[in-house]
Design a protein around this ligand. Structure first.
Ligand code: GAL
Length: 412
């Protein structure tokens, strides 16, 4: 009887497209905060349930730390089985070098074209007409997170938008509380981008980055943005700038800071802390001014592997990440929007529901990595960090440097 059971088990597993034997797939990503770890555990659980094994390859730090490590491993002939990256061009050189698994057949079989919403995310995974990554969520950057108690305990109205926040920031400072928490590096850009959109509008933001409208960037509209960023840096004491984005979010969660501007992955941190949106904290998309969201997020690529068993397991993983039940389990913990809308997320919190409303309204726009190459994005981040760190850098100098970066950015 035993022998029969084993054979039947193998046959069933093969029919279901899963392997009869657990195949290890090493998966690299940079999800190491509380919320991110809780979310990626849902991916691992779903993949392990297929009879394969998710070997976690978390890389501490941010995408800026992880991307070069991921890319050099693949180029250096020491590829992982799968890796997270952002939608955009980060993997283009790897694909051009024929190092990445073509997922087109699976994408056709599972009709990703009609499942994945918005289709821009599948377009970002398509290179020369072939599909090389699977989008797994939508993350947008234009969110402000406020600790309601900080305002209520100090007899202040909880701001409903960026302008109201700025107006009462002095009162918050007078209470010895950090008005706007800030983390170093890319997190400065993550805060300043949404302020630019709040001040100058999403159309101008896209015109400058996507259409490379130099005149707009160099003109009075562009200057207005740097003046707003100048006012913002005056709200941030450099001594209070913390290392990682989730440290700055934690300051708001603990009530040491009133607010933080960060992508909706911050929602995962509030969830892990057990705080309730609308009661303990507020999340303001578009900083409460114009409800917009960018189509940032995460995608998974699969470096080519010599072992056909691994290739089979890679395809099972790509398929599993997109499954309805996996999408619900992962995104509810990640704070991101699902990459398909044919699922039930009635248990989603207030923030995710706000994001879905904006997405359905059509007010989505391309993320930075879908409009500019990584090097130009990094140059903008460096400029913004320098502007914050050195208050002697004038508005005119910063604006001129920004114009140069946009002028020299290669076509995407
Ligand atoms: C982004 C990524 C998000 C989030 C964030 C902070 O690049 O898309 O999933 O985790 O980094 O680590």
């Amino acid at each position: 009887m035993k022998k029969f059971t084993v054979v039947a088990g193998m046959a069933a597993a093969l029919m279901l497209g899963t392997s009869a034997f657990a195949t290890d797939v090493e998966v690299t990503h940079w999800w190491t905060s509380g919320g991110e770890a809780a979310a990626v555990a849902e991916f691992a659980k779903a993949f392990d349930a297929t009879g394969n094994k998710w070997v976690d390859g978390a890389i501490a730090g941010s995408g800026d730390t992880a991307r070069p490590i991921i890319i050099s491993r693949i180029l250096g002939g020491n590829p992982m089985g799968a890796t997270q990256l952002n939608p955009g061009k980060d993997a283009d050189d790897l694909i051009a070098a024929d190092l990445m698994l073509d997922l087109s057949e699976l994408a056709t079989q599972e009709d990703w074209k009609s499942i994945i919403n918005p289709t821009s995310q599948l377009d970002s995974c398509t290179y020369n007409g072939k599909v090389y990554c699977v989008p797994v969520n939508l993350h947008s950057g234009q969110w402000m997170w406020l600790n309601r108690k900080v305002y209520e305990d100090n007899g202040l109205a909880v701001p409903t938008n960026w302008n109201e926040f700025v107006a009462s920031a002095g009162d918050i400072q007078a209470k010895g509380i950090i008005p706007l928490s800030m983390a170093n590096g890319w997190a400065v850009g993550a805060a300043l981008g949404p302020i630019e959109i709040a001040v100058s509008g999403v159309d101008n933001y896209v015109k400058i980055r996507k259409d490379r409208d130099i005149e707009l960037a160099a003109g009075p509209e562009g200057r207005k943005v740097w003046e707003a960023l100048d006012a913002t840096r005056k709200l941030v004491d450099p001594a209070n700038i913390v290392p990682q984005w989730n440290d700055a979010v934690a300051q708001v969660i603990r009530g040491e800071a009133a607010a933080n501007i960060m992508g909706d992955w911050a929602g995962g941190e509030f969830a892990v802390a057990g705080l309730v949106a609308g009661k303990d904290f507020d999340c303001l998309p578009g900083l409460g001014l114009a409800p917009v969201l960018d189509t940032g997020g995460d995608v998974f690529y699969f470096p080519k592997n010599a072992d056909p068993e691994v290739t089979k397991a890679q395809l099972v993983l790509a398929s599993t990440l997109l499954k309805k039940e996996t999408q619900v389990a992962f995104n509810l913990k990640k704070g991101s929007l699902p990459i398909r809308l044919d699922i039930d997320i009635s248990t989603a919190n207030d923030c995710m529901q706000k994001g879905l409303e904006i997405l359905k309204s059509g007010a989505a726009f391309p993320s930075g990595s879908q409009m500019l190459d990584r090097d130009s994005l990094n140059q903008i981040t460096d400029l913004q960090n320098n502007f914050f760190a050195d208050q002697n850098v004038t508005v005119d100098e910063a604006q001129a440097q920004f114009v140069e970066i946009i002028k020299n950015a290669p076509p995407l």
